[in-house]
Design a protein around this ligand. Sequence first.
Ligand SMILES: Nc1nc2c(c(=O)[nH]1)N[C@H]1C(S)=C(S)[C@@H](COP(=O)(O)O)O[C@H]1N2
Ligand SMILES: [Mo]
Length: 224
Amino acid sequence: MHNKAERLKKVKAVKQAAVAPEIAHRVPPGQTVTERFPILHEGDVPEYDLSTWSLRIFGEVEEERSFSFDELLALPQTTSICDIHCVTRWSKLDTEWVGVRFIDLLPLLGVKPEAKYVMIHADEDYDTNLPLEDMLREEVLLAHRFDGEPLTDKHGWPMRLLVPHLYFWKSAKWIRGIEFMKEDRPGFWERNGFHNYADPFLEQRFTSEEDEMPEDEWMKKEFD
Ligand SMILES: Nc1nc2c(c(=O)[nH]1)N[C@H]1C(S)=C(S)[C@@H](COP(=O)(O)O)O[C@H]1N2
Ligand SMILES: [Mo]
């Protein structure tokens, strides 16, 4: 068992700063708004040669296939402006991303009707599971730009997932594959004490009920 969930549960929350009333409804319970952009991941930042990078589509599909970076760039590109919420208690409002909407990619994939869940596979050895239904939301992107620039290495270049309505660990960086599944299966954090679905407005942080996340956890991380 990975000890991150255990450690975070044990630490007491510190007192939270007040949120301006105009934005209060956008800030989930127990979150602090930051202008900064914390960098969080397990393992090293991967390096890629874009000419060999690919995104593999497999599982419950008529035919397995891969997309090159250029093939994804040739699809319609969409901008998503959204709020993001990390389980370590930071939220960042009005973030701007550009990429391919999952709903625009889906018709090209030949997904079988039995597929109800996806597993997003990412480097290094990271994965995270989501209901297929959640991927169909308008704002869900395979994103390659943030705030008017290409993604930085540390934020997931060349391609990351953006699923802003769930805690940010579901928004896998350095994605390499999308697996369509009949049955749900837990990903990396979901196997290690974190909630399977992860709705920030319901504070679905941990698998068990007694969730305590220190309010200053994110401040100890790297930022840009
Ligand atoms: N490939 C990969 N993606 C990942 C992670 C990871 O360890 N590996 N960490 C997740 C977690 S826990 C968070 S909070 C966000 C952080 O994204 P950021 O560093 O761009 O803020 O990435 C998510 N995506
Ligand atoms: Mo996270």
